[in-house]
Design a protein around this ligand. Structure first.
Ligand SMILES: CC(C)(COP(=O)(O)OP(=O)(O)OC[C@H]1O[C@@H](n2cnc3c(N)ncnc32)[C@H](O)[C@@H]1OP(=O)(O)O)[C@@H](O)C(=O)NCCC(=O)NCCS
Length: 146
């Protein structure tokens, strides 16, 4: 049994873990929590028995025209049960009314997003792989750098 929340109040690093599968240099659970805290919008899926986070989606937005869905992941053992779809639908509903909602994905995932009304678009990106763990990036430093 899974329940969903759009608040991270009370969520601890102990409830996170097992995410960023396949990342060579994954963020720690503590860094994951900071990532959630720094996002404009978050939806979590929690295991109702153990209160463990089993899926999450995050978005960054200017609140006027645009939003970017930065992460969507469901723990491997919880995949294929509709949780990813629920997280995406709930985030799209939250962002409804904005002009643009963007994300980047590998080509095989296009059909998943298309099932939820999204369409392909071209994109560009920068990836600093030596910063992948996010270990030393502080939100306050990024804000201070503006
Ligand atoms: C993509 C992801 C979030 C889907 O979560 P989920 O809870 O398994 O999704 P649902 O059960 O709602 O839907 C499963 C659908 O996603 C599709 N899907 C899942 N992973 C896929 C992949 N790597 N490539 C293509 N399709 C994929 C399944 O084929 C299935 O489609 P179907 O309903 O037509 O059978 C999950 O597989 C995941 O966390 N993957 C690893 C991280 C990732 O790739 N995130 C997206 C970054 S853009």
């Amino acid at each position: 049994m899974v329940f969903y929340t759009e608040s991270i109040v009370g969520v601890t690093a102990e409830q996170l873990g097992g995410f960023f599968v396949g990342w060579p240099n994954p963020p720690s659970a503590e860094t994951h929590l900071r990532l959630l805290e720094g996002s404009d919008h978050v939806v979590l899926a929690l295991d109702a028995e153990e209160y463990r986070v089993v899926g999450f989606i995050t978005a960054l937005s200017d609140g006027v025209l645009s939003a970017y869905i930065s992460h969507l992941e469901v723990l491997p053992e919880w995949q294929g049960r509709g949780i990813g779809s629920q997280l995406l639908e709930r985030m799209l509903a939250r962002l409804d009314g904005l002009y643009g909602i963007d994300l980047l994905c590998d080509p095989p995932l296009r059909s998943f997003y298309a099932q939820h009304g999204m369409r392909p678009a071209a994109g560009m990106c920068v990836r600093n792989y030596d910063r992948q763990s996010g270990a030393w990036v502080r939100v306050s430093e990024l804000l201070g750098a503006r």
